[in-house]
Design a protein. Structure first.
Length: 190
């Protein structure tokens, strides 16, 4: 099997960062998703879906939206180990992704196949639809690759009873894991 965590490992020094090295957890029965708020050089959200034994990952600069008429840019990043879904803390200065990480939302998801394809195949094709069962996020979403470069995807809310044009992710300021704010997580490690 191809080690899809190679990039993840290459970028980090596990003697310095508190992030997990991974490889301990076997896949969950119901695949999980996590959205981590990450105050690095620029504040962004990292969206991850458990697919093929790893967390497939996208950086979403503006965070998710519940407005089906808005599209949010999602830039693919390296696969992360499943353990990363519970990672909340501060990546030290000088390390890759230095800054505070919050588990902003976490839960399970159901892939919605368009034609019987697996989630792995859907990601490869560049079009995956899914239903989220989180604490903050619910209902249908899709991640769609646009253009030829392959570096640009869009995160879109599907029209359903959970769509909401008035909702703003920045107003949901507490961790789904610990109830802490970004500042509380930061201060806990100082
Ligand atoms: Mn990040």
């Amino acid at each position: 099997m191809v080690n899809t965590l190679e990039k993840y490992h290459r970028k980090r020094h596990f003697t310095k960062t508190s992030e997990p090295e991974g490889g301990e957890i076997t896949p969950y029965k119901s695949p999980i998703f996590v959205l981590q708020k990450h105050r690095a050089t620029r504040l962004h959200y990292d969206f991850r879906l458990e697919i093929g034994g790893v967390l497939k990952s996208w950086a979403v600069p503006k965070g998710p939206t519940l407005d089906p008429f808005e599209k949010r840019l999602a830039v693919p990043t390296e696969d992360h180990p499943i353990e990363y879904a519970d990672y909340e803390g501060v990546i030290p200065e000088g390390e890759y992704g230095a800054g505070t990480v919050m588990v902003w939302d976490k839960g399970t998801f159901e892939h919605i196949p368009e034609g019987g394809e697996t989630p792995e195949k859907a990601v490869e094709i560049g079009h995956i639809a899914f239903r989220l069962n989180g604490k903050k996020l619910h209902g249908g979403f899709a991640l769609i690759r646009t253009g030829k470069g392959g570096e640009r995807w869009l995160l879109i809310k599907m029209k359903d009873e959970f769509a909401n044009q008035m909702w703003d992710p920045d107003k949901e300021s507490r961790s789904a894991l610990s109830g802490r704010t970004m500042d509380e997580i930061t201060n806990a490690e100082e």
